[in-house]
Design a protein around this ligand. Structure first.
Ligand code: ADP
Ligand code: ZN
Length: 748
């Protein structure tokens, strides 16, 4: 995080005054659109308050907006349009309005565009909604006419932990089919009712499943608990994989709940919410609210309302949960704070971890950043004492950390195999064989979906590429398609080479997980092997089923991408083989080495998390690389020190600041010319440097041509005003879009 963020939040908009607006007075309404705030008049018989959600006329239509403050325009109140109505919803809290304003200024976006993220769910709401709720009635199964069966008992037990909004959700939680739910409702064992959304969420019980913490964990938990209720603070909870970070931060959650406060737990990926939810149920006896793009609209709206009126005490969610209308937020947790997925790259480009810190500061509540491999930005903030650090150096229950060994692929190339090219070196093959033979589980990790990343014509050397992106098409054998991983384009493998018309001339080049799985099935024909990538886990229940299959040992060998690398706890998994540890190190990216280290560390952390010790083998062509050395020796300090020194030397973040301008449009010449014109009027001055314009690495994406400019400024120079003035100097053609990316994480 640019360490300036937490400090800059001090400057967040001062409270708006006045807050109450009498009939006939002039108010400013911010709409969730890329438009400035407009003035309206409060209708007769209505008193409005700052934050009220109102419907106002806009041209010929009506829009839902938020009362932002007193009106400022010169227009006589008599001439202003009137607010059409006030929605019967809780007002948008002041802290959230300040946050929206702050994020807009920081990301160089219009306030309305940021407001949209906070208001989206509410726009479809006239008043606090009702939702169907299935609950246990309190009547025992034995007291009704139905036969007591195992699956009915399971449904009832799950419902007691409920409530649920659909029969399917209840059945899923119970692990049985939904068919039996109706009978139980008819028999009066379960009730189905429409309820005001808030009652969807039961109050979590902070005493429900309190764990027995080990002394080190208890000490860490005390330190976190101590922060709760004491205003703003940032604490890094750093702990090796399997040390019990979740158990520890849930104690801080319990402390906030005991004070009657709300808690936000941010997780980097939807796939991780499922797991967080079940940990949460174990600890607090009920499900927290869940927030991400896959939550159905009706539930989203209800959740929004429940967060707004305080009845949803805890929200586990992805980035956008930051924009929920908490009225009484007492704690924010950012789990896996180093994850790149916290950066939103579309629309409003923001880093959810950094913005979470801002939100905590505006709210004056503590925030905990949890990670086994904290980001370099966070490490530096700890060194500078901006952040506190709480450390868990050991795995829970005396589990040892896995041993990590490097396999030099130059010395141990894969043996030539009958079936064609192979990717697994003899030492790795040997280790997998032994692991499977001893009844333990192994995982082969390769962060590449599909069968082969490139398909080449053997006759002319032509490579199949996406028609609308600067990207090769990736062969997927399972779905028998070539796919672009950037735009979703997919096609069948052509009969003839589009360049030389040769037939049957295509050869796959390089491995994806499907290809490694193919090799594995040939090498270990009797083993139960499963290839897993995000595209094989499309159904929401698929990940839960997969986890159950692993835990119940219906799988001996997993071949997977990073979907399996994070957070999961598989006790029988003792061997992790990284097929290509060098992947991700090539190419220019500020954080390539750091990210590669974090990812491999995370993957390695899956091994030996219970009683049996784990072993990790890294296949690399560059065993001397600092990343491989850091992993093999366990000496992260030296590696981090080198990375930090390198960034400092080049005044790269967080020692300097970067802001990217990304220009895109369908017409290459227009994009290029606009980029040149912008470069010609680029900001100048001490400590200011502009790199580019240059075609982006992804020179074409979804048919849009892309050029980039990079503004590099000293730490003490705020880039936002520079960028705003800069963009004002050039009239942009309509066909060219400019995106501003403050603190870029992607340089594609
Ligand atoms: P981390 O997030 O640090 O990798 P977790 O919080 O996932 O670690 O803990 C690893 C495993 O150990 C989990 O299954 C967790 O339930 C268990 N665990 C950790 N601490 C305790 C404890 N004090 N009591 C019981 N189980 C614990
Ligand atoms: Zn494409």
């Amino acid at each position: 995080m640019p360490s300036s963020i937490a400090i800059a939040a001090d400057e967040a908009a001062t409270p708006e005054s006045p807050r109450t607006f009498a009939p006939g007075s002039q108010i400013r309404v911010q709409l969730p659109l890329p438009l400035p705030a407009y003035d309206y008049r409060v209708p007769e018989g209505e008193t409005l308050h700052a934050g009220d959600i109102v419907e106002v006329p806009l041209g010929r239509r009506f829009e839902v907006g938020v009362v932002w403050g007193a009106g400022t325009s010169e227009i006589a109140p008599g001439k202003l349009k009137e607010v059409a109505n006030r929605r019967d919803l809780p007002p948008l809290p002041e802290a959230l309005r300040q946050f929206v304003t702050w994020v807009a200024a920081y990301t160089v976006q219009e306030t309305g565009v940021v407001l949209r993220m906070a208001l989206n769910a509410a726009r479809g709401l006239q008043s606090v909604p009702t939702v169907p709720v299935i609950m246990a009635s309190g009547r025992a199964l034995e007291d009704c006419r139905l036969k007591v069966t195992a699956s009915r008992q399971k449904l009832l037990t799950a419902a007691q932990r409920g409530p649920f909004t659909t029969a399917t959700a209840l059945a899923k939680a119970a692990g049985v089919s939904p068919g039996g739910v109706r009978d139980l409702i008819d028999a009066g064992v379960l009730t189905l009712s429409e309820q005001r959304a808030p009652s969807m969420f039961e109050t979590p019980n902070p005493h429900h499943g309190a764990p027995r913490l080990e002394p080190g964990q208890a000490q860490a938990a005390r330190e976190l608990v101590d922060m709760v209720g004491k205003g703003f603070s940032v604490t890094l909870l750093e702990g090796v994989t399997g040390s019990g970070k979740t158990e520890v931060y849930l104690e801080a959650v319990a402390a906030a709940l005991l004070r009657g406060q709300q808690v936000l737990v941010l997780v980097p990926e939807i796939a991780l919410t499922a797991q967080s939810l079940s940990r949460f149920v174990g600890r607090f006896g009920t499900r927290p609210a869940e927030w991400h793009s896959d939550v159905p609209g009706k539930i989203r709206r209800a959740t929004w309302a429940a967060v707004a009126d305080g009845s949803a005490a805890v929200v586990v969610g992805a980035r956008s949960a930051l924009f929920l209308p908490f009225q009484n937020l007492g704690l924010i947790i950012v789990d896996e704070e180093h994850e790149g997925a916290f950066k939103q790259e579309e629309g409003v480009i923001y880093h959810a971890r950094d913005m979470a810190i801002v939100r905590a500061q505006i709210t004056q509540c503590p925030i905990v950043l949890a990670s086994a491999t904290p980001s370099l930005e966070t490490v530096i903030n700890v060194r500078n004492r901006r952040f506190k650090r709480v450390h868990l150096p050991q795995r829970y229950n005396a589990a040892t950390l896995p041993t990590i060994e490097v396999i030099d692929m130059r010395a141990h190339p894969p043996e030539k195999a009958r079936w064609g090219r192979a990717w697994l070196s003899p030492p790795l093959v040997d280790a997998v064989s032994k692991t499977i033979a001893s009844g333990e589980q192994a995982m082969l990790f390769l962060n590449r979906r599909g069968y082969a990343p490139v398909t080449i014509c053997r006759t002319c050397g032509h490579r199949l590429h996406c028609p609308s992106c600067t990207a090769w098409l990736v062969e997927h054998k399972l779905s028998r398609k070539l796919q672009c991983h950037h735009c979703g384009f997919s096609a069948k493998l052509p009969e003839k080479c589009p360049s030389c018309s040769a037939t049957e001339s295509f050869v796959p080049c390089g491995p994806g997980i499907e290809r490694v799985a193919e090799e594995a099935m040939t090498r270990w024909p009797d083993a139960r092997i499963r290839a897993v990538a995000s595209d094989t886990l499309e159904r929401p229940s698929a990940i839960a089923e997969l986890i159950a299959d692993i835990l119940d040992h219906r799988i001996d060998l997993l071949v997977g991408t990073q979907v399996l690398a994070k957070g999961h706890h598989f006790p029988a998994l003792t061997l992790v083989g990284v097929v290509d540890a060098d992947l991700g190190l090539s190419g220019w990216d500020l954080r390539a080495a750091e990210r590669c280290y974090q990812m491999l560390h995370q993957v390695a952390g899956r091994a030996g998390r219970a009683q049996r010790p784990g072993r990790v083998l890294l296949q690399t062509h560059d065993p001397g690389h600092p990343v491989m050395q850091a992993l093999a020796t366990g000496d992260a300090e030296t590696f981090l020190a080198q990375e930090i020194a390198g960034r400092e030397l080049l005044a790269m973040p967080p020692f300097g600041r970067l802001t990217a301008l990304i220009l895109s449009g369908p017409d290459e010449i227009a994009v290029r010319e606009t980029a040149k014109r912008l470069a010609a009027v680029a900001p100048q001055g001490e400590g200011i440097e502009v790199l580019g314009p240059a075609p982006a690495v992804m020179a074409v994406l979804r048919g849009q041509h892309r050029h980039r400019l990079l503004l590099k400024t000293a730490r003490s120079t705020k880039p936002q005003p520079l960028v705003a003035e800069w963009l004002d100097r050039v009239r942009l053609p309509n066909s060219v879009r400019v995106q501003v990316d403050v603190d870029p994480y992607s340089f594609m």
